[in-house]
Every structure is written in C-alpha cells, then in structure tokens.
Design a protein around this ligand. Structure first.
Ligand SMILES: [Zn+2]
Length: 273
C-alpha cells in the first residue's frame, strides 16, 4: 500500500492502550489563544522549512542514523493512536471520546511525516481494536492489545514510537495543557520528549509551560519498550475549553505539528552531534 509515495507498512496487529496514563504534574496550567490565520501561515512556513530540512538530511542513510531505515531509504516512525474500538479511553465533559481525538491527531501527524519522507507505521488507522481474536473479556482484550503493541515496536528496532493520548483529571475542570512523557529505557526518549514539549510550550501554552515526565512501571508499553518512545498527552478532556479545541481540525493540526516539528528538531540535533 502506498501513501503519498512513501512505502506504508500495514501493522500485523493493533493494540489498545489499557492503562490510564499517569496524570503527571498538574501544577502548570495554560491559557490557549488560537489565532487561526497566524497559525495557518506559521504552519505552512514551518512545514516547508521542516520538509526541506528533513529531505536534505535524510539521504544518504548511514549507520549513525538514529532511525531504522526501511527498504526504500525512509525512516520508520511508529505512531500509536491510543485506545480504539471497544476501548474509548477517556470521555470529555461534553462527551468527546478520547480514541477519536487520538486517531485524528495521529492521522494528521502521519501525513506530515510521510510528506517529509519518513516511513510511518500506524498501530491503527481506523476506529478498531486489534486484540487477539480469541479474547472475549475486556480484560483479556486489553492485555493482548498491550502485548501486541509492544511486539510491534520490537519488529522495528531502532524506530521511534510516538503514542498519542488525551488526558483527563477527575474533579478538575481548569487543568489543561499538553505534556510529554518518555520511556526511561533509551536516552533518546528523554531528548525527544523535551524537543516536543518545547514546541508544545511555545505554540500551545506559552503562558504556562509544562515539563516532561518519565513514565513508571504502571505504563507497560513504555516500561518495556527498548526503542525511542514518547507519550504525547495532547490536552485535557476534563477541561471544557480544551476539549472543544481538541475536537477541531485546526487545533488537531496544531498539536500534530508541535509533535512533528519537535521530532524534526530532535533529529537534526542527532545529525549534528
Ligand atoms: Zn489514553
């Protein structure tokens, strides 16, 4: 299957996140002001710059590359839209279902990365859960989904895993903002998380920046993943205003672009080391 001229690898299975993402440091709150026209212009310009930069940097591939290089010479990024199918994830105050926002942001990020020459693997690209078919209980479905997601990352050693989720904090309607978590197993994960967080802080929440957080044992995938792995909590569905923003195409593009540009900047920093 070809998407935008870039080889696309259909995943052998899809995984549904089974664990509620740690809520992290909620001390930081942000007020987001959306300026659609300004954003569109900034997005277009930065995308062009980023695309040129990555195309210039991407060839020829060498052993020093931080990404797995696919047969077509492109680099492999695994995008994991959290939840899906029977597992909706968090539900917003006005009914927004996390799995839908996760997928929408992930597909936008996929398109940006494909355009920039990366080879992208999606754990899912539709609203479905690809747990083991013999599982019938929700619990067993979630366990096999999680195991399969980890197995997928092992098919692409040296790749980069970017998992997309939305946050929720019970009892609070004011906490908001994007926050990036990282796996402790590989040094690049923390570096990448910081690059993405910096982009989010600058473009989404300049008044109340957040800090990256290391994942713990409670996050199975990130505890066991051996590749570069970050978890992007794009915002809080428990915040009515942020829930509304996250439901729009425009803001989803904005979030996806923060992740995209953070990845580009991180990759560029690796290539100049
Ligand atoms: Zn989630």
């Amino acid at each position: 299957m070809s998407l935008g001229g870039i080889k696309y690898h259909p995943p052998p299975y899809c995984i549904v996140c089974t664990e509620k993402i740690m809520e992290g440091d909620f001390a930081m709150k942000g007020i987001i002001e959306v300026r659609a026209r300004h954003w569109f212009l900034a997005f277009t310009g930065l995308l062009l710059v980023g695309t040129i930069a990555i195309n210039r940097e991407i060839a020829p591939a060498s052993a020093a590359d931080s990404f797995t290089v696919a047969e077509n010479g492109a680099r492999v990024i695994i995008i994991d839209p959290g939840h899906g199918g029977f597992d909706g994830g968090a539900v917003g105050v006005n009914g927004t279902i996390e799995k839908d926002v996760n997928l929408a942001v992930s597909l936008k990020l996929r398109d940006m990365l494909n355009d920039a020459g990366f080879s992208v693997v999606m754990t899912r690209d539709s609203d479905r859960a690809l747990n083991d078919s013999e599982d019938t209980s929700v619990r067993r479905k979630k366990i096999s989904d999680m195991r399969n997601r980890l197995n997928l990352t092992r098919l692409y050693p040296g790749s980069v895993l970017i998992s997309i989720h939305q946050n929720k904090l019970a009892g609070s309607s004011s906490v908001r903002g994007a926050q990036i978590f990282y796996s402790p197993n590989e040094a690049g994960s923390k570096e990448l998380a910081q690059f993405i967080q910096t982009e989010c802080n600058a473009k989404l929440q300049p008044e109340k920046p957040r800090e990256i957080v290391k994942t713990g044992k409670n996050l199975y995938l990130f505890y066991h993943a051996q590749n570069t792995a970050v978890l992007c909590e794009c915002g809080f569905l428990s915040n009515q205003e942020e829930e509304a923003l996250l439901s729009t195409d425009e803001y989803q593009y904005k979030v996806a672009y923060c992740i995209f540009s953070g990845l580009l900047r991180w990759n560029e920093s690796k290539s100049t080391e």
